[in-house]
Design a protein around this ligand. Structure first.
Ligand code: C2E
Ligand code: CA
Ligand code: CA
Ligand code: CA
Length: 279
């Protein structure tokens, strides 16, 4: 090692150093933010065939004391790399379950679900299943109302453990969805082994579904795949009626996107729900 050390070329890249420093600063700010409970959940409605709300997706935001409301894309990766995704994810889980408890019991929420995003690192925690069940129990809700959005990257390794964990969650009544389906690298053959309920079409395929024949083909293929496997399919990032109509024509009847609503703070979601046509 000593010889190696002597001969090794040492690069000092000031830009890299700046990145390392910035990451460390972000990590300590995130830790502080967790201590101060500076995170909030916004809820984006998910709409079904008849236009009624079938659920919401909980999306985390950071209410930063200096920068205002910060979008998750600017901190989730760092939270994952630093391990802070564990306490953050736990907070999201407990907060979403508590929120669900406040909605439960209303007639129109019987089939309603809250979807939460689960990072790979969180899912791989040896006690993940216990933590989910505990959050459900403590909130006093039925697990049937909880949906977990998992990503394909989960399937890169330890398939046996992953399948076993998913099985326990599924048996407990939790709904399992694969998020951003189609942008991962995994082979399709794994799908038949997983106790899944839903595939979620990534927004990147929905965006140009009317103008890009490749995106249209991918969207149609995902819908067809879901149908042949007996899974539900939800499209995200639906912004126009034309996109919605295309998806509906090809058999996708669950949507989420700005066409219906952007993610809303809880008070605004309550107003949104009250304004829905009564069924
Ligand atoms: P995602 O799970 O793919 O969530 C969908 C993203 O698309 C959300 O961005 C949402 O606000 C946005 N979106 C929804 N409808 C539309 C639309 O019609 N048009 C456009 N252009 N965008 C739309 P957001 O809230 O910024 O979240 C970004 C990502 O951060 C999420 O992507 C998810 O991967 C991650 N994330 C959010 N909350 C959590 C969380 O609690 N835990 C974890 N692990 N990740 C989270
Ligand atoms: Ca998601
Ligand atoms: Ca995602
Ligand atoms: Ca997505």
């Amino acid at each position: 090692a000593k010889a190696e050390g002597r001969n090794a070329i040492c690069f000092f890249d000031p830009a890299m150093q700046a990145v390392v420093t910035a990451n460390a600063a972000l990590t300590s700010e995130l830790r502080q933010g967790l201590r101060n409970q500076d995170f909030v959940l916004h809820y984006q409605p998910q709409v079904g065939r008849e236009g009624g709300m079938v659920g919401v997706e909980a999306l985390v935001r950071w209410q930063h004391p200096q920068h205002g409301l910060v979008a998750p894309d600017s901190f989730i990766t760092q939270a994952e790399d630093s391990g802070l995704i564990l306490p953050l994810g736990q907070w999201v889980l407990e907060t979403a379950c508590t929120q669900l408890a406040a909605w439960a019991g209303r007639a129109e929420t019987e089939k309603f679900s809250i979807a939460i995003n689960v990072s790979v690192r969180q899912f791989r925690h040896p006690e993940f299943v216990e933590m989910v069940m505990k959050a459900v129990e403590q909130a006093g809700i039925s697990a049937h109302h909880l949906k977990l959005e998992l990503t394909e990257s989960l399937l890169a390794k330890d398939m046996d453990v992953t399948i076993a964990k998913m099985g326990i969650l599924k048996n407990a009544g939790v709904t399992l969805s694969i998020d951003d389906f189609g942008i991962g690298y995994s082979a399709l053959s794994y799908l038949k082994y997983l106790p899944l309920d839903q595939l979620k079409i990534d927004r990147s395929f929905v965006k140009d579904v009317l103008t890009d024949p490749n995106d249209a083909a991918i969207a149609r293929t995902i819908i067809g795949l879901a149908q042949s496997l007996g899974l539900g399919v939800m499209a995200e990032g639906v912004e126009t009626e034309a996109q919605r109509d295309f998806l509906a024509r090809h058999g996708c009847h669950c949507y989420q996107g700005y066409l219906f609503s952007k993610p809303l703070p809880i008070e605004e979601l309550e107003v949104f729900i009250q304004r829905l046509p009564q069924t």
